[in-house]
Design a protein around this ligand. Structure first.
Ligand SMILES: [Zn+2]
Length: 294
């Protein structure tokens, strides 16, 4: 989460103040003439890394293949990505490790860049042919788009916005355990925004659908790119306005109202806007029921 571009600053200021450390700036880019660089090589949902000690891992450096996708620069070092075919091997000395397992094993900056690499190489692979006329597309050298060589139609990387919300009632927070992910975490409610909805509409609908609760006083909290999907999480706080918890069984295994000093097991800190929302709730409640946001 220290990978702070301007888009992350809201969350950084409000929710991750306690993580404030040196801000390392990643500068996105479209093209580079570099022939060597840091290589974010993907094999399915895994990243090829050099094992470094017991739990550590690092991103390999090396010559840049022709088909590599330039991502940008981290502290002056050019970063490239590509995706291996099924039978291909990664750079010498590397092993594929599931991206989820790399959280904490590589720096937050590299974890964030790996998320970009995952999403952008998927986009690059999935838009080799025009969705409108079927002809081949090619990468633009000016912006992040693949353009049809016949009709000119452009395919940009696509983001799916999702809302995530901490609902509060009389000093307690609504937390739920989803059915799709195994235990043990309770977390805030979240869901994708549907076509035609505002973010606030999506908050109201998701909380009603998943927990049967009506909400009011919806306040923006911060946002976070979701590194393991082509998504953007937009965080909110809201106040209970009516209804008792009724879980949607296809989504939620159990849910409840939790006091700040009696929380269930919640997601680990850093990189998780869910945890930032919960930490913010605890902090506000610790400073009294009238504690202000942010
Ligand atoms: Zn076309």
């Amino acid at each position: 989460m220290n990978r702070l571009s301007q888009a992350h600053c809201g969350l950084a200021r409000r929710a991750l103040r306690h993580h404030a450390s040196a801000l390392v700036t990643f500068i996105p880019g479209i093209t580079s003439s570099a022939t060597h660089g840091r290589l974010f090589v993907l094999s399915g949902q895994s990243l090829c890394v050099v094992q470094d000690g017991r739990n550590g891992a690092r991103i390999p450096n090396g010559p840049v293949p022709d088909q590599a996708l330039y991502l940008g620069e981290l502290e002056g070092a050019p970063c490239f990505a590509w995706r291996l075919d099924d039978a291909e091997c990664g750079p010498p000395g590397t092993h594929p490790v599931a991206l989820r397992q790399l959280f904490g094993a590589v720096s937050d900056e590299d974890f964030g860049i790996a998320g970009r690499a995952l999403a952008l190489t998927a986009w690059d692979r999935d838009h080799r042919f025009c969705g409108r006329c079927g002809a081949q597309t090619e990468r633009s050298r000016l912006e992040r788009v693949r353009t049809c060589t016949r009709c000119g139609h452009g395919a940009y990387p696509r983001l799916s916005p999702a809302i995530i919300v901490l609902v509060e009632r009389d000093g307690r927070a609504l937390l739920a355990r989803g059915v799709r992910f195994p235990p043990p975490f309770f977390s805030t409610l979240a869901g994708f925004v549907e076509v035609g909805e505002s973010l606030e509409d999506a908050v109201v609908r998701e909380v009603k659908e998943e927990a049967g609760i009506a909400v009011a006083d919806i306040q923006y909290f911060g946002s976070q790119p979701w590194p393991l999907g082509e998504s953007l999480m937009v965080g909110f706080t809201a106040r209970w306005a009516g209804g008792e918890i009724v879980c949607e069984p296809s989504e939620i295994a159990e849910a409840g109202w939790f006091a700040p000093d009696a929380l269930p097991r919640v997601p680990p800190p850093k990189l998780s806007i869910a945890r930032a929302l919960i930490d913010d709730f605890v902090r506000r409640r610790a400073s009294g029921p009238s504690g202000e946001l942010g």
